[in-house]
Structure formats: C-alpha cells, structure tokens
Design a protein around this ligand. Structure first.
Ligand code: PEP
Length: 259
C-alpha cells in the first residue's frame, strides 16, 4: 500500500521570518487535529515543504514534528568548486536535508535545465542517499500538438538514465506546465491518465515491483477544494502544491483533504 505524500513548494517566497511563523502556526494546527496527527505519526501521510535555501535552517529548527520533511528546491550535481550561486549536496546534508526537487518546470523553462543536465543531478543525489522529487510535465503547446506523452516519456527515459535507486527513495511529480500557478487544474481524469502513463513507463524502465511502489504526485493549481478528487485517482499518491502551500492555513486544509 503506497503512502500519501503532500508537498509544498514555496518557490522564491517565505523568507526566514515567514518560515518560522509558518512552522509554528502549522505545528499548532497539526497538534490539534487528531486524525491528521495520527496519519503523520503512523507515516500513512508524509508532509514536506520545500523552502528557499535561506529559509531551510529556520524551517528545520521550527518544524513541528520530527517526521515532517523539509527539502530543497534545487541542488548542483558537483560536490564543490567554482559554481557561483549554487548549493551542493554535501551542504544540504550538513543541514540533514534529505529530499530535493529536481526538474521543476520553472527550472526547465526559465533556467533552461535539460533532461541531460537534470540526469546528472538525479544521479548525484541518489548516489548521496537523497530522495529526489523528479518533476515532469508538458507545456500547453505540447498538449495541444499531441506530443505530451512523448515529452513526458523523454523526460523520464533521459532524465532517469543510469539512475539506480529503490522505489522508496524516489518520487515523481507530474505537473502540467499550463496548470502551474494559472488556476487551471487538469481534471482528475486527465491527471490520472498521465500519472498512469508515468507508472507504465516506469514499469518498462524499472520493472513491475518498482512501478507498483514508487510514489507519483500531481501538481498544478492544487487547492483545498480540489485535493480530494485528485487524490481519489488510483495512480495519484499525493500532491505538489505551490501557491496554496505558502500559508499554513490552506496547506493544512490540503493535508486534511488528502487523507
Ligand atoms: C508548483 O509550483 O509546483 C505548483 C504546482 O504551483 P501551483 O500549485 O501554484 O500551481
């Protein structure tokens, strides 16, 4: 039985003071909700937030529960060196950060990160024992010209080439680019169609057992009121949330709706 994973990607929001306020507020609400608290305690539900680098230490210090995950939004594949502005895996490990987003559509489309480049990050992260949340998804143009499945297959095949990992140390997030931050959510059926395709592709690459156990998340304008319908889909194990994860009040409502 796969676990439920609810993740919040803060992007370039929530600096140190807001991160502290978020964690304290979220913690107080979590402790007062027996069902949610139990779900986290038994690991039926894993909750993660991905703050900007500068807010990582404060988020870790103030996070409410030892089981709550704080991950990074990006990482460089090299250990150290002349890479101005970058952060390495050993630096994240010094903070005991174990999860990292790789291939978010903003990294792909604004910062030009290719499948080949992301492959290096995945290989280095996995070798170092980190758990990547590998993001894939098509643009509106790709959806409309009928290449969405090809694009996503290439993101999986090229991005994960040579990545040797156990299913419980790897997460995939399907995020249609046209649904991110736009208020347009894929219908639950559309999201399921692609997440099922992702699982089938992973089965071809890693075998049935891996595909059965790996977590696949949906992301794209997830809100408290559409979470339950998305989570009802058989191949969707969780959600990756941007805008609605910035405030602890809406993020906790998404967590509640997910279980
Ligand atoms: C995201 O950035 O991963 C995302 C899904 O954003 P939003 O929920 O705001 O669409």
């Amino acid at each position: 039985m796969r676990k439920i994973f609810v993740a919040g990607n803060w992007k370039m929001n929530n600096g140190i003071a807001v991160a502290e306020d978020f964690m304290k507020g979220f913690g107080a609400l979590l402790e007062n909700d027996d069902k949610l608290f139990r779900a986290v305690g038994t690991k039926q539900l894993q909750i993660a937030v991905f703050p900007p680098f500068l807010s990582l230490a404060k988020s870790l210090e103030c996070k409410p529960d030892p089981l709550m995950i704080v991950g990074a939004q990006n990482v460089n594949d090299k250990e150290s060196g002349a890479y101005t502005g970058e952060v390495s895996i050993p630096m994240l490990q010094e903070l005991e950060v174990k999860y990292v987003l790789i291939g978010h559509s903003e990294r792909r489309h604004i910062f030009g990160e290719t499948n080949e480049f992301l492959n290096k990050k995945l290989i280095s992260s996995v070798k170092a024992g980190m758990t990547p949340v590998y993001c894939v998804g098509e643009t509106l143009e790709e959806r409309e010209n009928g290449t969405a499945f090809d694009v996503i297959k290439a993101q999986l095949v090229e991005g994960m080439k040579g990545v040797s990992v156990a299913a419980d140390k790897f997460i995939i997030a399907y995020e249609p680019v046209w649904a991110i931050g736009t208020g347009k959510t894929a219908t639950p059926a559309d999201a399921e169609e692609i997440c099922k395709f992702v699982r089938e592709t992973i089965k071809e690459l890693y075998g049935a057992d891996f595909a059965e156990n790996v977590l696949i998340l949906y992301g794209g304008s997830v809100k408290p009121d559409n979470t339950a319908d998305i989570m009802a889909q058989p191949d969707i194990d969780g959600v990756l949330v941007g805008g609605a994860s910035l405030k602890y009040g809406s993020f906790i409502e998404i967590c509640k709706a997910a279980i």
